[in-house]
Write a protein that binds this ligand. Structure first.
Ligand code: PLP
Length: 426
């Protein structure tokens, strides 16, 4: 049996910070990351032999739970036919048909290999389509690590205190306007001043990289209005919310039709996949039809398509999202009530299969400043208490949690009982 401390020390000798993505290093909570050996259903199994109930789900993709037998079977069958061809396959068409059928605003879709690639490509497409340079994003939202988008970003950039990364040229960052999330008045003002220069708005329709912050009524509607009036492209970054908050994503849940949508995480079922799609006249600007260049050696990879297609097929079953939402509600409300009973101020947000916990006296958290004002030290103690109890939460106060279909009510109730014990000693 190998302990995580020894494994992490070894990793640090060869990998910067011992990890291949910064938040995994536990800097936001202190201590040593759990090294994972395998995962099944709602559980992660550490290299130290311990089992954990997992609410990270590989940061969102594992909506069916880990190692789902149907998905594994589809992947095994695809592997046996070869790993990559770099030529069209029917699986890619099947995936595109599925996405166009499920996501209301998507007429055409292109596959890529990560969420970062999806957002980066969508931004380039919006700039190419409009002939404008400026983009609007929101503070605390994270859209991957491409240069234009690493300005006042959320997720690991926020956890590590580097929301605007060195290495992004000032001449590029100056084209990114960053506005406060959920503040429609500021958006209107910005468009009155710069509307004719703005290529696009990119937004997480439910922010999931500054913890979990749903849109306030009227916010997404305002984004649609200002884009219509100015000719800017509205991009919903549904890398996290796609096939996670509802079958048709946040756009279906809130009834707003973006011009472009970016997808990732669930669409790959745990394999490296992203996608961007949307209105026909915009998507036709892409090479080889149009002049906006975008490409990828492994885009539409057959093994990844098999995992993604099977996952989408499963989430399309009747009542999948009703059941997932009810489980998330049970967990989030259960945590809130137990915290209240223990005299610990806790506010919870949840949408579909996503939830957020905020150690704060505030009733409803809907702004970035409110997230930043939460008691991070208390979160750290809660995180480590839960980890000792065998519950694995995201190791940062700025990340959403995820419930999967494999979390049954027994697992959820065991989580609540563990939380009761931890709240009592906070
Ligand atoms: N967009 C959103 C909303 C995300 O949450 C993420 C990742 O967490 C990304 C984009 C980037 O995706 P990836 O990490 O696959 O590059």
């Amino acid at each position: 049996m190998l302990d995580s401390t020894t494994l992490f020390a070894d990793a640090n000798r060869f990998i910067p910070g011992g990890v291949n993505s910064p938040v995994r290093a536990f800097r936001g909570v202190g201590g040593t990351p759990v090294f994972v050996e395998r995962a099944e259903g709602p559980y992660l199994y550490g290299a130290d032999g311990k089992a954990y109930i997992d609410y990270v789900g590989s940061w969102g993709p594992m909506v069916l739970g880990h190692a789902d037998p149907d998905v594994l079977q589809a992947v095994h069958a695809a592997v046996d036919r070869g790993l990559s061809f770099g030529a069209p396959t029917v699986a890619e068409t099947a995936m595109a048909k599925m996405v166009c059928a499920l996501v209301p605003s998507v007429d055409r879709v292109r596959m890529v290999s990560s969420g970062t690639e999806a957002t980066m490509s969508a931004i380039r497409l919006a700039r190419g389509y409009t002939g404008r340079d400026k983009i609007v994003k929101f503070e605390g939202c994270y859209h991957g690590h491409s240069d234009s988008l690493l300005v006042k970003a959320g997720s690991g950039a926020l956890t590590l205190g580097v929301p605007s990364s060195p290495g992004v040229p000032a001449s590029l960052a100056e084209h990114t306007l960053t506005l406060p999330y959920n503040d429609a008045a500021v958006v209107r003002e910005a468009f009155e001043r710069h509307g004719h220069e703005i290529a696009c708005i990119i937004v997480e329709p439910v922010a999931g990289n500054m913890n979990c912050v749903p849109p306030v009524p009227g916010f997404l509607e305002t984004l649609r209005d200002v884009c219509d009036a100015s000719g800017a492209v509205l991009i919903f970054d549904e890398v996290m919310t796609g096939f996670r908050v509802a079958l048709g994503g946040a756009q279906a849940l809130y009834g707003i039709c973006p011009d472009l949508t970016t997808l990732g995480k669930v669409i790959g079922g745990g394999m490296p996949v992203g996608a961007f799609g949307g209105r026909l006249d915009i998507m036709e600007q892409l090479a080889p039809l149009g002049p906006v260049y975008q490409a990828g050696t492994l885009s539409g990879n057959p093994v990844a398509m098999a995992a993604g297609l099977k996952t989408l097929e499963r989430v399309s079953r009747p009542k999948f999202f009703d059941e997932l939402s009810e489980k998330t509600r049970h967990l989030a409300e259960g945590l809130r009530i137990r915290a209240e009973q223990a005299g610990v101020p806790l506010s919870v947000n949840w949408v579909g299969g996503m939830f957020g916990l905020f150690f704060t006296e505030q009733q409803r958290v809907s702004r970035f400043e409110q997230v930043m004002a939460c008691d991070q030290e208390r979160f750290r103690r809660f995180f480590h208490g839960m980890l000792e109890e065998g519950v694995y939460l995201a190791p940062s106060a700025f990340e959403a949690g995820f419930v999967s279909a494999a979390h049954d009510y027994d697992v959820l109730d065991r989580t609540l009982t563990a939380a009761e014990r931890v709240f009592a000693r906070l």
